[in-house]
Every structure is written in C-alpha cells, then in structure tokens.
Design a protein around this ligand. Structure first.
Ligand SMILES: [Zn+2]
Length: 106
C-alpha cells in the first residue's frame, strides 16, 4: 500500500475537506519515515490513520465517533499492522477497516 493509497483511505474516512491540509502534513511526515524504512510501506495506512486521528483530536476529540455508543472515538488496531481496523475500545469490536468507515457506517 503506497503513501498515496494511505492518504486516500484516510481522506475517505474523514470525508471533511476542513482536514485536507492536516492529512497532507501527516502524509509528508510519513514520506520521510518510509524513505528511511522502505519495509514500513505495508504499515502506512495504519500509521497515517493514527497520525491523522491524533492531529484531528486537537479540534475534534471524538473523531471518528463510535456509532454504537455515541460518546467516544474509535481507535486504530493494531498499532502497527497491515490490515488496520477502526475498533470500539469499550466493546473491543472492530467497526470497519480503515478507509471503509463511511461505507459501513450509519
Ligand atoms: Zn463504542
């Protein structure tokens, strides 16, 4: 999965042009990272999603909102994996793969 695919996946989940610049900043930071460690490429979606979530939390601490409980965000699991999911930490259940939040969401 390339950096561009990671960017596209996170933009799909955000679906909010307000954060386009923030996403691009996170992607640029990971560009440097993956140049140092080319084997890290399969983990880019996972890492970019976590970077973006952390940055979005400065303004929206509940993104992406858990549709089941409505009062807390979903988190990316695993921390470093090739097939990351948005997971509800309260129930421990996966909600949607990163990049598919909108298709499977309410
Ligand atoms: Zn929940």
């Amino acid at each position: 999965m390339s950096l561009e695919e990671a960017r596209a996946a996170v933009l799909r989940d955000l679906a909010d042009p307000t954060y386009d610049e923030l996403v691009d900043r996170c992607v640029e930071q990971r560009r440097w990272w993956v140049e140092q460690w080319a084997n890290g490429e399969p983990f880019l979606v996972c890492l970019v999603a976590q970077d973006v979530q952390e940055a979005v939390h400065a303004t929206d601490p509940t993104w992406p909102l858990c549709a089941e409980h409505g009062d807390h965000p979903l988190f990316v699991e695993p921390d470093l994996g090739t097939d990351p999911f948005w997971v509800c930490e309260r129930s421990g259940l996966p909600f949607a793969p990163v990049g598919s939040l909108r298709q499977l969401g309410p």
